[in-house]
Design a protein around this ligand. Structure first.
Ligand SMILES: NC(=O)N[C@@H](CC(=O)O)C(=O)O
Ligand SMILES: [Zn+2]
Ligand SMILES: [Zn+2]
Length: 344
């Protein structure tokens, strides 16, 4: 039994840090173990151009704990109005390394998202041309499509066609949750990858709904049935370089989650790497953690791998029942329970 594991330092390829005073909490948590992170742009208003991304990056840098070398990798939020020039400018100025497609209405702060893919064809053309990856929240939003079927419907109705139409565009299918998504990514060309969260490896919809509703496990795309959780686990155990770490840590204050209409998003940054270690350990696949957490992401993005390391030890610790989030509190993943790995 492995009780100690040293990895090349990992990165988080999908995280929400938000803005303002909560940055001191979210950036401290993310920078604890991750060298770099892909910073989601769904602020209000969203991060739509290079200048806004550069300014947001400065606010994140200013919130780093002293001595931290944490590197935020900035992302543009695509809207129906995003032009090819906007993409080219942000790329050439080094202000953004990717752009994000939120179908309008699909998730938290996606109201300014894309209403029809045709509207962003010029932007996608420019992205393919300069080598900027497209990051996708892959769910359709049509009222008639069941929430548990929205990822599969997005693959069939939008993603297959998009990948075909732009044959050189790199695409990251973010936070995948279904066997359908795993199959799609596995059969797609190498320029298509996917992130997988710790909570989608560890939980399925029974954890969220059996014996009472647990709002802190409610996120989008919503947890699916166990068969789909198993497919995600199989994907990471396979060691395929198409799959890499993206926590989708998405903070919402306690009162916004524990409400008649609660927000979607799980907060995992306080213990992200530890939770992944636990998931891989349960799968008997600790030897696959380094590839998933530290190698496949930079290789996909064409960035250098990190050179320093982080060590995990098998040791249980208790997650606090709540944590500060600016002047509010947040209930983190596993609140009041234990985690069986810790960072040495
Ligand atoms: N994952 C979530 O449930 N919520 C994210 C948005 C997202 O990644 O879809 C958020 O910003 O709160
Ligand atoms: Zn999303
Ligand atoms: Zn997200």
């Amino acid at each position: 039994m492995t009780d100690r594991l040293t990895l090349i330092r990992p990165d988080d390829w999908h995280i929400h840090l938000r803005d303002g005073e909560v940055l001191s909490n979210t950036v401290a948590d993310a920078s604890r173990t991750f060298a770099r992170a892909i910073i989601m742009p769904n602020l209000v208003p969203p991060v739509r151009n290079g200048q806004q991304a550069a300014a947001y990056r400065q606010r994140i840098l200013a919130a780093r704990p002293s001595g931290s070398g944490f590197e935020p990798l900035m992302v543009l939020y695509l809207t129906d109005q995003t032009t090819a020039e906007c993409i080219r400018e942000a790329h050439s100025a080094g202000q953004a390394i990717a752009a994000k497609l939120y179908p309008a209405g699909a998730t938290t702060n996606s109201d300014s998202g894309v209403t029809r893919l045709e509207h962003i064809y010029p932007a996608l053309e420019a992205m393919a041309d300069v080598g900027m990856p497209l990051l996708v929240h892959g769910e359709v939003t049509h009222a008639e499509v069941d929430i548990f079927d929205r990822e599969k419907a997005f693959i069939d109705q939008q993603l297959v066609g998009l990948v075909e139409r732009f044959p050189t565009l790199k695409v990251v299918f973010e936070h995948i949750t279904t066997a359908d998504a795993v199959d799609f990514v596995n059969s797609a060309p190498d320029r298509v990858g996917a992130t997988i969260t710790a909570h989608h490896l560890l939980y399925n919809r029974n954890h969220m709904l059996v014996g009472g509703i647990r709002p802190h496990l409610f996120c989008l795309p919503i947890l699916k049935r166990q068969r789909h959780q198993q497919a995600l686990c199989d994907a990471v155990v396979s060691g395929s370089s198409k799959f890499f770490l993206g926590t989708d840590s998405a903070p919402h204050a306690r009162h916004a989650k524990e409400a008649a209409c609660g927000c979607a998003g799980c907060y995992s940054a306080h213990a992200a790497l530890e939770l992944y270690a636990e998931a891989f350990d349960e799968l008997g696949a600790l030897d696959k953690l380094e590839g998933f957490a530290s190698l496949h992401g930079p290789d996909f993005y064409g960035l250098p791998r990190n050179t320093d390391t982080v060590t995990l030890v098998r040791e249980s610790w208790s997650v606090p029942a709540s944590m500060p989030l600016g002047d509010q509190t947040i209930v983190p993943l596993r609140a009041g329970e234990s985690i069986h790995w810790r960072v040495a």
